[in-house]
Design a binder for this molecule. Structure first.
Ligand SMILES: [Zn+2]
Ligand SMILES: [Zn+2]
Length: 332
């Protein structure tokens, strides 16, 4: 395969993607994976808009990948991919927190081309084997779901176990927010609300049996133990600092932008913990995959699947706010 061409969706400049032939990457010490499904993330949209200096054009974006090992002794093994590669030797990596490694690499950021292509390479340690029962389209959700899983794990360090008696608010009905809500439900949380302004997305969230409301029109719950902010804009931060109970926690995952919004006086006087949460640890990624595989997070059929050849249209639809699905997954 190496030396031959593959079809890839290449980001060539702001708001420009080109479907073209690229060389199949040489695996070197890594594993060559044939991409079956790859999700479009908010961070891909951010890079596509030309707002991410860490992702300069030309570049293959995409880091939410599942597929099949394409070469070597393990060829044919179906896998989902942890796209975050730590150095393995620094204090953060040795503490199990590769997401904080100063030398971490991530698929879709140089020097690692991403998954909007037929093939990619990744270290063997970043692969999680799929059971036969789990389709690759579902398995490609491991990455965004692991972001919520990790945020909830961080909150549990402050709040203690999160479960049946917990009151939780999730902001944002994209894959991270909906995924976090599904993780909370799997932990037994019954008092659970999700805030989402887009009506079409509220319908998808409601279809998963999660109580959902429009934060523009309704105040939503107050006195909650935990807020998961899957959006990360001034309006969600303002709402989060009002909704959380004294001694509660806010987990900030979304990278929507801006810096203001938090009521720092209330956060101080009420001893509210604000926790930044970035991606996931290797252990959290594997734990998320295990929860997906045994059905704890539900059937996970809410993404919309499109061929890679319609990737340009998919990016345009998401940018225009015309996508109801919490996630669009491309199929090379
Ligand atoms: Zn992502
Ligand atoms: Zn490291």
């Amino acid at each position: 395969m190496t030396g031959r061409g593959m079809t890839a969706l290449v980001y060539t400049g702001p708001k420009t993607l080109v479907l073209r032939q690229e060389p199949v990457p040489a695996p070197g010490p890594d594993v060559l994976v044939r991409v079956a499904h790859v999700g479009i993330c908010g961070s891909d949209m951010h890079a596509w808009a030309g707002h991410d200096a860490r992702r300069p054009a030309p570049l293959i974006l995409g880091h939410e990948v599942a597929g099949t090992i394409a070469a070597g002794a393990e060829a044919g093994r179906r896998v989902t991919v942890n796209p975050l590669v730590g150095c393995g030797v620094c204090p953060a990596c040795r503490a199990g927190r590769a997401n904080l490694c100063a030398k971490r690499q991530i698929l879709s950021m140089p020097p690692r081309p991403g998954g909007f292509a037929e093939y990619l390479t990744i270290p063997a340690a970043n692969l999680v084997t799929l059971p036969d029962s789990v389709p690759t389209a579902v398995a490609s959700l491991a990455e965004p779901l692991a972001c919520g899983w990790h945020g909830i794990a961080l909150a549990a360090r402050v709040l203690g176990p999160i479960g049946t008696g917990s009151r939780c608010l999730v902001q944002g009905g994209g894959a991270i927010g909906l995924g976090a809500a599904l993780v909370l439900r799997s932990l037994g949380v019954k008092d659970l609300w999700l805030a989402e302004p887009l009506a079409a997305r509220r319908a998808v969230v409601a279809g998963e049996g999660i109580a959902v409301f429009d934060p523009v029109a309704e105040p939503g719950p107050d006195g909650v133990d935990l807020v998961i902010d899957g959006v990360g804009i001034p309006a969600t931060r303002k709402a989060a600092s009002a909704a959380v109970r004294p001694g509660g926690a806010i987990v900030h995952i979304g990278l929507g932008g801006g810096a203001d919004g938090y009521d720092i006086r209330r956060i101080t006087l009420q001893e509210i913990a604000v926790l930044g949460s970035y991606t996931y640890t290797p252990a959290d990624f594997r734990a998320t995959a295990a929860a997906m595989f045994d059905g704890r997070l539900g059937p996970l059929t809410w993404p919309e699947i499109r061929p890679l050849s319609q990737g340009v249209e998919a990016f345009d639809a998401i940018a225009a706010g015309q996508s109801a699905a919490p996630k669009i997954i491309l199929e090379p």
